[in-house]
Design a protein around this ligand. Structure first.
Ligand SMILES: [Zn+2]
Length: 453
C-alpha cells in the first residue's frame, strides 16, 4: 500500500541496459552517417555513444548486433490524430463514436504506431477530449505507446472549420470546441490547459459555401488573445492554416507551430521567420489523396487540386527551410487515407521529392526537429548522449532509399523508452465495431440512364 501523498510510480524506474554495436549510425544531428561506434542505453537514457559503450556496458546488458544495418532515432510524428481510428468521414467521426470504445481503440492505435517506428508524436486535437488521459496512461505504463504531446480539442470560431454545418453553433463536436467570442476563446484556452493540454490548437481556416479554398475564420485580436493566454501559462499554440493570409496572421499573433501553411506567400514567410514559428506542412494526406485516392474511392477530381496545393506550398517551404525555419514531419495519421502504422515516414519522402531536401536533411526533420512538437528540444530525436532512449534499427540504408522509413518489414528493432518493442505476432487490427461506421447508400447517383445504359 502506498503512503498518502507519495507515488506508486517508482516501480517504473528501469535501469536495464541495451548495447547496440555494428552497422551505420545516423545520429540525426545533421552529421554525416558513420560506422556505429557503439551505443549504450541505460534505462530511458542514451548513456554512451562512442567506443567506450561496450566497456561501460554491464554483464547483464542486452546486446543488439546491428551489423549491415542502420541505427537511428525513432520517428517523431508531429501531426497525428491517435483517436480518429482511420476515419472515413466527418459524420462517422462526430456522431458514431462513443468515449469508451474510442479510448480502447486509441490504445491499439498506439501499438500500431510504435511498431511502425514512431516513438513520439504530437496530437493536436482528440475525440472526447481524451488527449491528456491517453498521454498520462501511456506515461504511467497502462498502455504501451509512443511519447505523446497533446492538445485537447481544436478551437473553431462560429465560422466553423472544414466540416461545414456538422460543426454546431456552440459547444463540442468530435475534435472541435466552438468559441463564439474572444472571451470564450480565452476561457477555453485556460480550460484546456487545466485539463492537461501541452498544446492549444486553433483551427484558423475553414470552408465556406460558395468560396473556393479555406478562409481565415479568426480576427487578429482573437488569435493574439489565445496565444498570449497560452504562453502566460507555459503552453504552446499550433494552428491549422490553409490560406496565405492565415499564415501571416497566425505567425504575427505568436502561434508557435503552423500546420499545413498552404499557399504561404512571401509576406507569410517573412512573418514566420520574424516570429520564430516552425512549420509542419503535413503533405502526406494531400499526397496520398493525389497519388492513391482513386485506388480507394476518394472523391473524384480532387487529385489535381491537391497536387497543385503541394506544388505551390513546397516551393515556399523550401524557401523557409533555406532561411533556417525548422520543418517538422507530420503524417496526419488517423484518416482512412493515412492509416496508423503505414505512412509515418512518407512526409520525409515528400520533403526529398518535392522540396529537394537530401535524405539526411529529411531524416533530421522527421526526428530531431520533432522535438519541438514534443516540447523536448535537445532531449529527444537524436542519438546523442543524454537524450531519451528512442531508437530504430533498420535493415537497409534510408539515405539511399528514404521510403525505407515506411517499410515495416525493414524495421527490425524499435526501442521505446529504453525498452525493445515486441515486433513479433500479427499486426494489431480490429474487426467491425457495431455502430461505428457510416454506410453510404451510394457513391454515385442512380439515374434511370445509368441503370439501363
Ligand atoms: Zn490534423
Amino acid at each position: 500500500m502506498s503512503t498518502p501523498g507519495t507515488s506508486d510510480t517508482a516501480s517504473r524506474v528501469d535501469d536495464g541496459e541495451i548495447l547496440i554495436s555494428g552497422g551505420t549510425l545516423i545520429d540525426a544531428t545533421g552529421a554525416p552517417a558513420r560506422p556505429n561506434p557503439g551505443v549504450l542505453l541505460r534505462g530511458d537514457n542514451i548513456e554512451v555513444v562512442g567506443p567506450g559503450a561496450a566497456e561501460a556496458a554491464g554483464a547483464g546488458a542486452e546486446r543488439i548486433d546491428a551489423t549491415g544495418r542502420t541505427v537511428m532515432p525513432g520517428l517523431i510524428d508531429a501531426h497525428c490524430h491517435a483517436t480518429f481510428d482511420d476515419v472515413q468521414s466527418n459524420d462517422e467521426l462526430f456522431f458514431h463514436r462513443d468515449p469508451t470504445t474510442a479510448a480502447l481503440v486509441a490504445g491499439q492505435n498506439l501499438t500500431k504506431m510504435l511498431r511502425a517506428g514512431v516513438t513520439a508524436f504530437c496530437d493536436p486535437d482528440t475525440l472526447f477530449a481524451m488527449g491528456p488521459s491517453l498521454r498520462n496512461a501511456t506515461e504511467a505504463g497502462v498502455v504501451a505507446g509512443p511519447r505523446i504531446s497533446t492538445g485537447v480539442q481544436a478551437l473553431v470560431t462560429s465560422v466553423g472549420g472544414t466540416a461545414g454545418r456538422l460543426i454546431p453553433d456552440e459547444g463540442v463536436v468530435g475534435y472541435a470546441q466552438v468559441v463564439n467570442s474572444q472571451d470564450e476563446a480565452v476561457m477555453w484556452t485556460r480550460r484546456h490547459i487545466k485539463y492537461g493540454a501541452d498544446w492549444i490548437k486553433i483551427h484558423a481556416t475553414g470552408l465556406l459555401p460558395g468560396r473556393s479554398g479555406e478562409v481565415l475564420g479568426w480576427s487578429r485580436d482573437e488569435l493574439r488573445a489565445v496565444c498570449d493566454t497560452a504562453h502566460e501559462l507555459g503552453t504552446s499554440v499550433m494552428a491549422h492554416c490553409r490560406s496565405p493570409e492565415s499564415v501571416t496572421a497566425c505567425a504575427e499573433a505568436g502561434v508557435d507551430m503552423l500546420l499545413h501553411a498552404s499557399f504561404m506567400d512571401a509576406e507569410g514567410l517573412e512573418a514566420v521567420i520574424a516570429s520564430g514559428s516552425v512549420l509542419c506542412p503535413t503533405f502526406t494526406f494531400l499526397a496520398n489523396l493525389a497519388d492513391f485516392g482513386s485506388a480507394v474511392g476518394a472523391g473524384a477530381g480532387m487529385e489535381d487540386i491537391f497536387r497543385g496545393e503541394i506544388a505551390a506550398t513546397a516551393k515556399m517551404m523550401r524557401s523557409a527551410y533555406d532561411a533556417g525555419v525548422p520543418l517538422l514531419c507530420g503524417s496526419e495519421a488517423g484518416f482512412a487515407l493515412t492509416p496508423y502504422g503505414h505512412w509515418h515516414g512518407r512526409e520525409a519522402e515528400i520533403l526529398v521529392n518535392e522540396l529537394g531536401l537530401s535524405p539526411m536533411e529529411a531524416i533530421v526533420c522527421a526526428t530531431a526537429n520533432g522535438a519541438i512538437a514534443m516540447r523536448l528540444e535537445g532531449r529527444i530525436g537524436t542519438v546523442t548522449e543524454g537524450c531519451l532512449a528512442d531508437l530504430l534499427v533498420l535493415d537497409g540504408d534510408p539515405l539511399s532509399d528514404i521510403r525505407l522509413l515506411n517499410d515495416r518489414s525493414r524495421i527490425v528493432e524499435v526501442i521505446s523508452r529504453g525498452r525493445r518493442v515486441d515486433l513479433s505476432g500479427p499486426w494489431p487490427s480490429h474487426g467491425p465495431i457495431p455502430g461505428a461506421k457510416v454506410r453510404n447508400w451510394a457513391t454515385e447517383i442512380l439515374t434511370y440512364e445509368r441503370a439501363y445504359d
